[in-house]
Design a binder for this molecule. Structure first.
Ligand code: ATP
Length: 233
């Protein structure tokens, strides 16, 4: 089967500044890839290009099938109830039933008629995931979706995302700066530095993964990010 994400020789510049350079990337159907890198290295730019939000590029960036994206901020419309946020734009007659099913999947079965502003950060992010899922995406793009959440909610979200991915099996590209998050969730980790992919790690740990099981590989990934765990404060 063709790769749902195929990037070849991609280059992106803002004015004179090159922010992505010579990027090659194939993501297989159902594969979970994490894109890891320091702030400003070009992660969100790559995701925006894949989402079709930025077409001024050189090289090739092809995404096939249905694409959904979830951002760090849930971006819900405050004047629409939760279920309407989820079903918005769906070209299907039974929008409410579809939204209710998705809310059950993200463990918010009683929130269909809530207003977005009454939700906690973690709840709003789960609604955002439900909205992404009802489109039954072949490709799910996640731009630091847990970045604004507290540590405990983040952990719960990791389990939820892994669970949803196992059930729906979209190809996923997750942008994060959290090494543990990448190790817990991804089949493959790409390290981006100043617009180039400088390292690739295959994560062959069995699922569901536990924090303790990722410790050894974390040291190697951190080294590629220029962090020596022996000396880091
Ligand atoms: N529209 C734009 N115009 C000019 N420069 C931009 C624009 N968007 C992004 N950049 C620059 O491109 C670089 C990469 O930005 P990008 O948002 O992709 O980084 P990032 O790796 O996602 O960072 P973070 O982890 O902080 O979100 C940054 O230096 C940023 O200032």
């Amino acid at each position: 089967m063709a790769s749902p994400v195929s990037v070849r020789g991609l280059r992106k510049a803002f004015g004179a500044r090159t922010v992505l350079d010579d990027i090659d990337l194939e993501i297989a159907p159902g594969e979970f890839v994490a894109l890891l890198g320091r702030s400003g290295c070009g992660k969100s730019t790559l995701l925006r290009i894949l989402a079709g939000l930025d077409r001024e590029i050189t090289g090739e960036a092809r995404v096939s099938g249905t694409v959904s994206i979830a951002f760090q901020q849930p971006r819900l419309l405050p004047w629409r109830k939760v279920w309407r946020n989820i079903s918005l734009g769906l070209q299907k007659p039974d929008g409410r039933a579809i939204a209710l099913k998705a809310l059950e999947e993200v463990r918010l079965p009683d929130h269909a008629d809530a207003w977005p502003l009454t939700l906690s950060g973690g709840e709003a992010q789960r609604v955002s995931l439900a909205r992404a899922l009802v489109r039954e995406p072949d490709v799910l793009l996640l731009d630091e979706p847990f970045g604004a959440l507290d540590a405990l909610t983040r952990l719960a979200m990791h389990h939820l995302v892994e669970d949803l991915w196992v059930r729906h099996r979209p190809a996923v590209l997750l942008v994060t700066h959290d090494v543990d998050e990448a190790l817990l969730l991804a089949d493959r980790i790409l390290v981006l530095d100043e617009g180039r992919i400088v390292a690739t790690h295959h994560v062959d740990l069995p699922r569901p993964r536990r924090r303790a099981s990722v410790v050894e590989q974390r040291t190697r990934v951190l080294a590629d990010l220029g962090v020596d765990v022996e000396t880091a404060a």
